[in-house]
Ligand binder design. Structure first.
Ligand code: TXA
Ligand code: MG
Length: 320
């Protein structure tokens, strides 16, 4: 573990109390959620929220997710349409982020919305994240706890490797269970729009609110950059075998895989392994080939992350 993080604490009662105090005083705390580790700050404290952008090197046009305890708190900050409320009722607490119109009377820092008139809200299910929210008594703004554009952290070690002395406190809650960021759903009027595929599969959301539309000029996610989640190594996708000099990240029954996301072809297991295995291979070589992943269920989000990880690295926005 990198010792340059000011404080790393086990996520027991004392650790959570200390972390909550630092948040209330305007500090930055990294903590586990069920999806990935988040880099948290008091969402009502503009200076603290600005420090998140600085620590990550995050572009200022990219808004943050605000974590709350439950729907009742969320409704103080955003206006929930019938569809948005249905989704929150079914999937919260859990790995779904809802982008809804921001209430003018909300005391959230304007920076969390990055100039938009909407706000992204999520009630996480991870016991440590929930305990931290309860103990802090404030909404917590938290993007993934990695330098902007890099691979998301699924262990406390990953957080320390990437952000080290740029954070005040790191709550170590072990590896996260899901390993992929939350699914982000916004609304164009009443029409639900899939802004980012994630740890809850499209099919499960569509079973509740009907077909999800694609982002368009009405609503899109400013953080969906073509290059993201990028390791240092070059990535070659849909590879059926490895070429000279390549490491192979396999999926399913693949004979010569260097590492295998899921030898039994389970997409949940592959999602949980994806970021940690990309980091391991990145340390071993400079070219990574990846087996094809079926584009169904969690495969949609896994392929989304892989395509961005393989994209040319110049920072650029997705074109519509
Ligand atoms: O699982 C997760 O969602 C993790 C954990 C820590 O909760 N957080 C996370 O945050 O992945 P971040 O900042 O890495 O990704 C947030 C995504 C970005 O694509 C951002 O552009 C989008 O949500 N987003 C946030 N606020 C938005 C808004 N008002 N309108 C549209 N998109 C928004
Ligand atoms: Mg991120």
């Amino acid at each position: 573990m990198d010792n340059s993080v000011k404080t790393i604490a086990p996520a027991n009662e004392a650790g959570i109390r200390a972390a909550a105090r630092i948040l209330r005083e305007g500090g930055l705390v990294a903590f586990p959620t069920e999806t990935v580790y988040g880099l948290g700050a008091d969402a009502c404290n503009g200076k603290a929220v600005a420090a998140i952008f600085a620590a990550k090197g995050r572009p200022h046009f990219n808004p943050l997710i605000v974590h709350v305890e439950n729907l009742a708190v969320a409704e103080n900050h955003g206006r929930f349409s019938t569809g948005a409320r249905r989704l929150a009722e079914v999937f919260w607490p859990g790995a779904l982020t809802l982008v809804v119109p921001r209430r003018p009377e909300s005391d959230l820092s304007l920076l969390v919305s990055a100039g938009l008139d909407s706000v992204a809200l999520r009630a996480p299910s991870h016991a440590i994240a929930r305990a931290l929210l309860a103990e802090t008594g404030r909404p917590i703004a938290a993007p993934s706890a990695n330098p902007s554009g890099g691979v998301s952290p699924t262990t406390a070690d990953h957080v320390a490797e990437g952000l080290a002395d740029r954070i005040d406190f790191l709550l170590d809650g072990g590896p996260v269970p899901l390993g992929l960021e939350s699914t982000v759903v916004g609304f164009a009027g009443e029409q639900p729009v899939l802004l980012r595929p994630g740890a809850i599969a499209r099919e499960d959301i569509e079973a509740v609110v009907g077909p999800l539309a694609k982002p368009d000029d009405t609503i899109r996610s400013p953080g969906q950059l073509a290059s993201h989640y990028a390791p240092n190594a070059a990535l070659r996708l849909n590879a059926h075998r490895k070429r000279d000099g390549e490491l192979l990240l396999g999926f399913g029954a693949v004979a010569d895989a260097t590492l295998n996301l899921s030898p039994r072809g389970d997409l949940g297991e592959a999602a949980a392994n994806l970021f940690a295995m990309l980091r391991l291979l990145d340390k071993q070589g400079s070219a990574i080939a990846v087996s094809p992943i079926p584009e169904k269920g969690l495969g949609e989000a896994i392929n989304d992350r892989l395509q961005r990880a393989a994209a040319p690295r110049t920072p650029q926005r997705d074109t519509p």
